[in-house]
Ligand binder design. Structure first.
Ligand SMILES: [Fe+2]
Length: 284
């Protein structure tokens, strides 16, 4: 198994290429689209690096895996699919996220909340393959109701459930978020063997340290400031609620969610051929 990390500088998102180098089959996890909020312009320079990594090695892309409907960046899933093929997949909890945000954005009746914009919806515990690599899906709701982690070999791609030990855990104050649920989800991951490698979806390099993307179950159990051994569920929930109350709305939440609930498709162009994103006023 080979794991190639790529950082998306605009959102500090880690995207990954995961491959069975013998079978030459790969998956891409959480590809990010570039988006400039001031101009409304999208770009594919960052996602192109993922595409080039797969193409230059002659790998076939089986999957484009989303860990959840991200609130901080637009997904490049459809660009990657257009370039390399592969099935765009996410957890089945996306249906709930779609229903919540369909109401918020007042999307028309044609917007389906059955997840059918994706090629595949994963159930908790579902198995999948990347060549000879075996993957297993872990539903880890809490940050969002659709969050999943992907266990592939001895590696877990955690999405936003966990951050590096000095950065704790993800916020739970978006619609559908639940701190108690996140605590339980994190502990499902921390129940895996100590040496299990954990690959982060984000790292902001706190205090000016270099950005990191990899840790282990053992390291998180020993030293994660939010969820290390000894911190109770009640303590965690209290801390999470207090901390979330201080956090600003992510800069790209409103543009990102309406693309990401469409599996990375932009909304249909209007009569003049232009695509528009909607901004609900005074709702966040
Ligand atoms: Fe997130």
């Amino acid at each position: 198994m080979e794991i190639l990390p790529f950082v998306h500088p605009g959102s500090s998102t880690w995207s990954y290429v995961v491959a069975d180098t013998v079978a030459r089959r790969a998956a891409i996890i959480d590809p990010a689209l570039d988006y400039d909020a001031a101009s409304g312009r999208t770009g594919t320079a960052s996602a192109q690096k993922l595409v080039d990594a797969v193409r230059s090695r002659g790998w076939t892309l089986d999957w484009i895996l989303e860990t959840h409907a991200h609130a901080d960046h637009l997904s490049a899933a459809q660009f990657v699919k257009h370039e390399l093929g592969g099935k765009v997949a996410i957890g089945e909890g996306i249906r709930k996220v779609q229903a919540t945000f369909k109401a918020l954005y007042n999307l028309d009746a044609g917007f389906k909340t059955d997840g059918s914009q994706f090629d595949h919806l994963f159930k908790d515990g579902e198995h999948f393959a990347i060549g000879g690599l075996e993957g297993r899906v872990m539903a880890v709701p809490g940050h969002t109701s659709d969050s999943v982690a992907y266990l592939i070999g001895d590696a877990v791609f955690t999405g936003d459930t966990l951050f590096m030990p000095d950065s704790g855990s993800a916020r739970c104050d978006f619609p559908g978020g639940d701190a108690g649920m996140l605590y339980d989800s994190i502990h499902r991951i921390l129940a895996l063997p100590e040496a299990t490698r954990l690959f982060m979806c984000h790292d902001y390099g706190p205090g000016g340290r270099e950005r990191k993307y990899e840790t282990t179950v053992g390291e998180e159990r020993r030293s994660n400031g939010h969820v290390k051994e000894g911190i109770s569920r009640d303590e965690y929930v209290k801390m999470r609620h207090e901390r979330d109350a201080t956090l600003p709305v992510p800069a790209l939440l409103l543009p990102a969610i309406q693309v990401n609930i469409r599996a990375g498709h932009l909304p249909e162009p209007e009569g003049n051929g232009t695509v528009y994103l909607k901004i609900p006023v005074d709702k966040f």
